[in-house]
Design a protein around this ligand. Structure first.
Ligand SMILES: Cc1cc2nc3c(=O)[nH]c(=O)nc-3n(C[C@H](O)[C@H](O)[C@H](O)COP(=O)(O)OP(=O)(O)OC[C@H]3O[C@@H](n4cnc5c(N)ncnc54)[C@H](O)[C@@H]3O)c2cc1C
Ligand SMILES: Cc1cc2nc3c(=O)[nH]c(=O)nc-3n(C[C@H](O)[C@H](O)[C@H](O)COP(=O)(O)O)c2cc1C
Ligand code: SF4
Length: 509
């Protein structure tokens, strides 16, 4: 009990330090399963004293903190409280009715505003910092429920990415302020661009969660789509010294487009050649996965920003070495990306039943009504499986050599995909190594028993990793003054690596 009283005092003292340091107000974090939330939560708070047992007792810790801050900072110092309205830990968690009780109690304590969020680190599907598959505004109903229940201002956070959507939320009266975190990581100018009506040039957060993954790995919250995030002190103004020198970029994936953009912004004369009839590279495949359409935001932004900066994009064109020689650019950037890795050691990979995730996700192969085996349960394999479950009559199985499905995938993306695959009756088969593909079946080794088995299938999708396209690795010396290789063309990675390398090379030219 003494410890609780001491903590209450410390919250008051901390708020006072913020006030004295010049902050305009203070927000108390009573959400996301941090300490105050644990007191509020009937699941976590098992106390039998005056801080547990009833909802009023569970609220006491927060009440005393609010009162203490009022005491140390004064009644006029703006005080906001962040509340998880729903815990999202299943039926035993607390729900919006209880969340609203907390909000009403806070209103009675005269707090100045409520910042409504949901869940926290204990919630299995990560509803507080949502993964890509959550739609814009998906938990707006929670904010709206609070707004209908209290008279004090309500701040709402719910995957708001589009200024027009934010305006509509405000106009509808569902919320008094819209809140966001990742909009400003992805584009520090989000608000200024929204105010100026430059919405096509907003680099929207695609909710990939790489920033959180970076934080958890001990790095700053580096962002996949914004190479400057987390490095603001190191970043200098772009030097505008391109002087019209010619730069050729090969490949309009994220890496190539980012490099072209920076080079053009620096005043180089940039031409970007893409062999397909559209931009995006593997992002366009990723966007076909159910729930990953936000990838299209990144494609649109990069295409629009390149256009705005004066990059000339030539589609349906694979430059031959002689053509490159004739053009002799100042700099040549190979951003031709990655393609599926097909191991030479497995017999039968050239049979007609064999294809790659790109064949499926691009729509080139439509295995409606077939029984499909995906070999390899990385995220691309699982996402291809998810896509296949949307085709009528298609049955899907996933084989993985490791004893665990998606052994290297980030937890939030894995949880998201696995939940959907199980509901769609996808058969997951870890601990099995593909040995050979035949005309209508595969042979594999069950690792635990050492037994060799066979499985009849109509189609095999090999999702065993990515290799660099490396189409231009043997170019003659002197084809350009400077030659660079970036992104998956240098080493298969992810969006962040491609975009950050594109940015760095664009600056270095
Ligand atoms: C299904 C799927 C889901 C994914 N999901 C994620 C995710 O959630 N998060 C994440 O971080 N990463 C994800 N990735 C990986 C990510 O998309 C890649 O790492 C990234 O796109 C690599 O960018 P890049 O620019 O280096 O190459 P690419 O995206 O491969 O682009 C290369 C471009 O070069 C073009 N090209 C090739 N050869 C030539 C040539 N000779 N001339 C002209 N053009 C050429 C290609 O057509 C392509 O447009 C996913 C990938 C896939 C396939
Ligand atoms: C890198 C990062 C760090 C965060 N840290 C906190 C935090 O310390 N406290 C908190 O309440 N929310 C934190 N959040 C959650 C955000 O405040 C916000 O509620 C959440 O990201 C959803 O909004 P968004 O989709 O606009 O980002 C963090 C989010 C990110 C991306
Ligand atoms: S890393 Fe991904 S989730 Fe995080 S801010 Fe950037 S785009 Fe959004």
């Amino acid at each position: 009990m003494d410890e609780i009283h001491d903590l209450v005092k410390r919250f008051g003292a901390a708020a006072l330090r913020l006030k004295e340091a010049g902050f305009d107000g203070v927000e108390v974090h009573a959400a996301h399963f941090y300490l105050i939330h644990q007191f509020l939560s009937p699941t976590y708070n098992q106390r039998k004293d005056e801080y547990g047992g009833s909802s009023e007792n569970r609220f006491r810790f927060l009440k005393e903190i609010v009162e203490e801050i009022r005491k140390t900072c004064g009644a006029d110092y703006p005080l906001i409280v962040r509340v998880s309205l729903e815990e999202y830990i299943g039926e035993n968690g607390y729900h919006p009715d209880y969340g609203i009780t907390i909000c009403k109690r806070l209103e009675a304590l005269d707090v100045d505003a409520l910042d409504i969020t949901a869940s926290g680190s204990a919630s299995p599907r990560g509803q507080s910092i949502e993964y890509m598959t959550y739609e814009q505004g998906w938990r707006r109903f929670l904010v709206k429920a609070v707004k209908r229940s209290v008279k004090i201002p309500v701040i709402g956070v719910c995957v708001i990415r589009d200024p027009a959507y934010a305006e509509e939320m405000l106009a509808s009266g569902d919320v008094d302020f819209v809140g966001s975190a990742r909009n400003y990581l992805a584009d520090a100018e989000w608000v200024n661009k929204a105010a100026a009506g430059d919405t096509a040039l907003i680099r929207r957060c695609i909710s990939c969660l790489r920033c959180i993954e970076n934080l958890k790995a001990g790095y700053p919250a580096y962002c996949s789509v914004n190479p400057a995030a987390g490095k603001e002190f190191e970043e200098k103004e772009l030097e505008k010294d391109g002087n019209g020198r010619s730069v050729i970029v090969l490949g309009a994936g994220p890496g190539g487009m980012q490099a072209a953009l920076i080079a053009a912004q620096r005043g180089f004369s940039v031409t970007l050649y893409e062999k397909e009839d559209h931009a995006g590279g593997q992002l366009a495949l990723a966007a076909a996965v159910p729930g990953k359409a936000k990838m299209n935001w990144l494609i649109s932004y990069l295409t629009e920003a390149c256009r705005d900066a004066g990059v000339s994009i030539v589609y349906n064109k694979e430059l031959r070495a002689e053509e490159l020689s004739a053009l002799h650019p100042y700099a040549l950037i190979d951003a031709t990306g990655g393609t599926a890795l097909i191991p030479a050691s497995i017999p039968g990979t050239d049979l007609p039943i064999v294809c790659t995730p790109a064949d499926i996700l691009s729509g080139r192969i439509l295995p409606k009504g077939e029984s499909v085996l995906i070999v390899g349960s990385g995220l691309t394999g699982l996402e291809t499986a998810e896509y296949l479950t949307t085709l009528p009559g298609t049955s899907v199985m996933v084989m993985e050599m490791d004893s665990k499905i998606a052994p290297t995938a980030y937890i939030a993306s894995r949880t998201d995909a696995m939940g959907k695959l199980l509901v769609a009756n996808v058969i997951l088969m870890p601990g099995r190594q593909l040995l050979a593909i035949e005309e209508d079946r595969v042979r594999f080794l069950e690792i635990s028993s050492g037994e060799e088995r066979e499985l009849p299938v109509d189609r095999v999708v090999l999702s065993l990793g990515v290799r660099s396209v490396a189409a231009y690795k043997d170019l003659p010396e002197g084809i350009a003054d400077h030659v660079y290789t970036i992104g998956d063309a240098a080493k298969p990675g992810r969006i962040m690596e491609a975009i950050h390398q594109g940015y760095q090379i664009g600056k270095k030219l």
